[in-house]
Design a protein around this ligand. Structure first.
Ligand SMILES: Cc1cc2nc3c(=O)[nH]c(=O)nc-3n(C[C@H](O)[C@H](O)[C@H](O)COP(=O)(O)OP(=O)(O)OC[C@H]3O[C@@H](n4cnc5c(N)ncnc54)[C@H](O)[C@@H]3O)c2cc1C
Length: 378
C-alpha cells in the first residue's frame, strides 16, 4: 500500500468490503455455470467502476490509471471472471479515448461510464493473433459509409457488447498503415455472433467469434484518422497491459491468501502443515514474488497516467512478470492444499485455470519479450 495515496487506500478498503460481500460468495458458482454475472455488473456500475478510465468531462470518474488497476486487482483476488467486467469496459473504450473525436467521446463516454452500454475490443482474427496486423477484415468507404466484411475471434464480451472498437483494413496496400478503427454498434444489421467459446478458465467472461457481413457503419464512426487504427490499438494495449498485470497480481494474492488459510488449518504429522519449513519457504517466495509484481505494475500504471515515454516498455515488463508470477503462485497454492487443492470444491484449481489466461491475452508473454527487447534495442 506504500505506493497509494490516502484516497486510494480508502478506495481499496471499499473495494475489499464490496468484494467480500458480493463477489467472493459468487465466484465458484460463476465458474461452474459459466454465466456472465449481470448482478455484479450492476454492483460495479453503482460503485462507478465502469467509468474509472472515462474522464470526468465525458461522464466518468478518472483520476489516475492506477485506480482501475486497484479495482481489477481487488476483484480478481476473489474472481477473475468478474474482474473482466471492469477491465474489458475500459479496453473497449480506450481506442475512442485515444483516437476519437470530442463528439465521439461525448456520445460514448457517459454510456460506457454508466454501464448503459457494454464495450469490447475487436482486434484478433483467426489468422491474425500475435501478428494482429495481418488482419483480413475489410472496411470499404462508399459515400458517407464504410461497408465492413470479415470476422474477429476470441473477443471478450463480444457476444454481449453493445459497442465494439473494431479494427479493419481500409487500404490493404499500406499494410499496418492501412488499418483503421471504427466504433461499431452491435445492433447494426450485418453483425452476428457466430460462436461463444468454451474455455479453460474465466468461464464467466463471454468470449466470442464475431462476423460482419456487408455491415454499414456511418463514416462519422471512424476513430480518428484512416490508417491510424493500429497505432490506437497498440496504445490501447500499452494502457491495458498494467490492468492485466493487476488482474494477475490479484489472482496470485487470492491464491496465496487461500493457501495460508488452508496451511494453518490442515493438520498432518500432529501439527498444522504451516509449521513445516518446506511450506514456509514456499509461501515466503510466493509473497515476495507478488510484492515485486505489484510494485512493477503500480509503477507502470503511474507511467500510463503521466504519459511517460517508457510506458510501452514498462507495460510489457509488468504484464510479463505479473502473469508468470500468477501462474507460479496459483500452481504452488494448489500444491500446498495437496489433494484437496485438486478438488473443485476448493478455489485453488479455479484460480490456477484463471491465472493462465493472463499469460496469453493482450499479447502472449513471448510477444511481451519481443516488445521489451524491441524497446531495449531501439
Ligand atoms: C480468453 C481470451 C480472450 C481474449 N480477448 C480478446 C479481446 O477481447 N480482443 C482481442 O482482440 N483479442 C482477444 N484475445 C486474443 C488474444 O490476444 C490472442 O489469443 C493472443 O494475442 C495470441 O494470439 P493467438 O491466440 O492467435 O496465438 P498465436 O499468435 O498463434 O501464437 C501461438 C504461439 O506462438 C507464439 N508466437 C507467436 N509469434 C511469436 C513470435 N514472433 N516470437 C515468439 N513466439 C511467438 C505465441 O507466444 C504462442 O505461444 C483473447 C484470447 C483469449 C484466449
Amino acid at each position: 500500500m506504500a505506493q497509494l495515496n490516502e484516497d486510494q487506500r480508502i478506495f481499496v478498503d471499499q473495494l475489499r468490503k464490496m468484494v467480500a460481500e458480493k463477489v467472493a460468495p459468487r465466484a465458484a458458482e460463476i465458474d461452474r455455470k459459466g454465466e456472465f454475472p449481470w448482478d455484479l455488473k450492476e454492483v460495479f456500475q453503482e460503485m462507478g467502476l465502469l467509468g474509472l478510465s472515462v474522464p470526468e468531462e465525458y461522464g466518468g470518474c478518472y483520476q489516475e490509471h492506477l485506480d482501475l488497476c486497484l479495482a481489477v486487482e481487488e476483484i480478481a483476488r476473489a474472481c477473475v471472471s468478474s474482474s473482466l467486467i471492469v477491465q474489458v469496459q475500459s479496453l473497449g473504450w480506450e481506442p475512442i479515448l485515444i483516437g476519437g473525436s470530442d463528439d465521439q467521446k461525448k456520445k460514448y463516454g457517459p454510456q460506457v461510464a454508466s454501464g448503459e452500454k457494454l464495450t469490447a475490443f475487436g482486434l484478433t482474427e483467426s489468422g491474425a493473433g500475435s501478428d494482429s496486423a495481418a488482419m483480413s477484415t475489410k472496411a470499404e468507404k462508399t459515400g458517407d459509409k464504410y461497408i465492413i466484411n470479415g470476422s474477429k475471434c476470441f473477443i471478450s464480451n463480444g457476444p454481449i457488447a453493445n459497442v465494439i472498437s473494431l479494427f479493419a483494413m481500409t487500404d490493404n496496400s499500406k499494410g499496418v498503415h492501412g488499418i483503421s478503427g471504427f466504433i461499431v454498434e452491435t445492433d447494426t444489421p450485418g453483425f452476428s455472433v457466430a460462436k461463444w467459446e468454451s474455455k479453460v478458465g474465466i468461464k464467466g467472461s463471454p468470449t466470442g467469434e464475431l462476423v460482419f457481413e456487408d455491415m454499414e457503419v456511418p463514416a462519422e464512426n471512424l476513430i480518428g484518422e484512416e490508417g491510424k487504427g493500429f497505432i490506437y490499438a497498440m496504445k490501447t494495449l500499452d494502457t491495458s497491459r498494467p490492468v492485466i498485470a493487476a488482474q494477475a497480481v490479484g489472482v496470485a494474492q487470492g491464491a496465496l491468501d487461500q493457501a495460508v488459510k488452508y496451511a494453518k488449518e490442515r493438520v498432518q504429522f500432529g501439527r498444522p502443515i504451516s509449521k513445516f519449513q518446506g511450506l514456509n519457504w514456499m509461501m515466503a517466495e510466493m509473497a515476495a514474488k507478488i510484492e515485486a509484481a505489484r510494485a512493477l505494475t503500480y509503477q507502470a500504471a503511474k507511467m500510463v497516467h503521466t504519459k511517460d515515454p517508457g510506458t510501452t516498455y514498462m507495460s510489457a515488463c509488468c504484464k510479463l512478470i505479473a502473469s508468470d508470477v500468477a501462474m507460479q503462485v496459483a500452481t504452488d497454492a494448489l500444491q500446498i492444499a495437496g489433494g484437496y487443492g485438486y478438488m473443485t470444491e476448493f478455489p485453488f484449481e479455479r484460480m490456477m485455470r484463471d491465472a493462465k489466461i493472463t499469460q496469453i491475452y493482450e499479447g502472449t508473454n513471448q510477444i511481451q519479450k519481443l516488445v521489451i527487447s524491441r524497446e531495449l534495442l531501439k
